[in-house]
Design a protein. Structure first.
Length: 283
């Protein structure tokens, strides 16, 4: 199933993981234990980076996975192959999730294929570094909010009729929401909105038995930064300013999503986990 909607973008987004060097580490680090047996998960931005690592780990734990992505078909098919090698079913869906019609189609396609939705991972996002606030165009500002936060609203709205008690929603926010980022003003602002959305949606849905949590990664080696306009110098030293002195890998973040998706976190909602290399931030 594929559906592609034309989008406006700057830089080289979305980036291809297939051309990235060195390759991000997506491989699950341990055998599965059936924590998501026979669950159905939608993972946005699952063609590469954190989304691919989450999809791979979910499949190892027994879930069938819908891979939602924009237009990087080669990377998405690679993720689908990873899921199938784990013995689970994969469904790819291409389209701009900033468009409500596309979100509706994604959910309809998922339900038509699998008959249910148990887990929604809102992970897809984009960023465009700018040194001065005046450099952020109106078009870019709208585009960043449309991709990073509007899409979460649209997709959650579409999924709600199919989410039952025990379902989990996990949103991807960022360390930039807590510590700021002088060159990512619009991106960081969307991440603040995502955290507020997570906490508020949790309050809204907890009575229905649906848990809503978030993950706030630090600097993680994915196509997002090199494709989003970061300079070669910044890429060379990417992540070195963390207490651990290095960037993280996608498979170091994916277990946080798994924990929040499975029954291990059954008494948690409205919370944020921080795989960020040791950066101490407020919760």
């Amino acid at each position: 199933m594929t559906e592609t909607v034309e989008m406006i973008h700057e830089d080289n987004l979305p980036g291809k993981e297939s051309t990235l060097q060195p390759k991000p580490e997506w491989q699950p680090r341990y055998p599965g234990s059936g924590r998501l047996a026979d669950k159905v998960a939608i993972v946005t931005g699952a063609d590469s980076g954190i989304g691919r690592a989450v999809a791979a780990l979910f499949a190892r734990e027994g879930a069938n996975v819908v891979i939602a992505y924009l237009c990087e078909h080669e990377d998405a098919e690679k993720t689908a192959e990873i899921i199938r090698k784990e013995g689970r079913q994969a469904l790819t869906f291409a389209g701009d999730l900033g468009d409500k019609v596309v979100c509706d189609a994604l959910v309809e396609g998922t339900v038509a294929e699998f008959g249910r939705i148990d887990i929604l991972v809102n992970n897809a996002g984009e960023q465009h570094p700018d040194e001065e606030i005046e450099a952020i165009t109106e078009e870019q500002l709208k585009r960043t909010f449309q991709t990073n936060i509007f899409a979460m609203f649209f997709l959650t709205q579409a999924a709600m009729p199919h989410l039952e008690a025990g379902a989990a929603i996990i949103n991807c926010t960022s360390v930039t929401m807590y510590k700021g980022s002088k060159e990512l003003l619009d991106y960081s602002s969307t991440k603040g909105a995502i955290t507020a959305f997570t906490r508020s949606l949790s309050e809204n849905l907890v009575g229905k038995g649906i848990r809503v949590n978030a993950v706030a990664p630090g600097p993680i080696w994915t196509p997002l930064n090199p494709s989003g306009g970061a300079s070669p110098e910044k890429i060379e030293h990417f992540g070195e300013n963390t207490p651990m002195g290095r960037a993280g890998q996608p498979n170091e973040v994916a277990p946080s999503f798994l924990f929040l998706a499975c029954e291990d976190s059954s008494y948690m909602s409205g919370q944020v986990l921080h795989p960020n290399g040791g950066i101490v931030v407020g919760s």
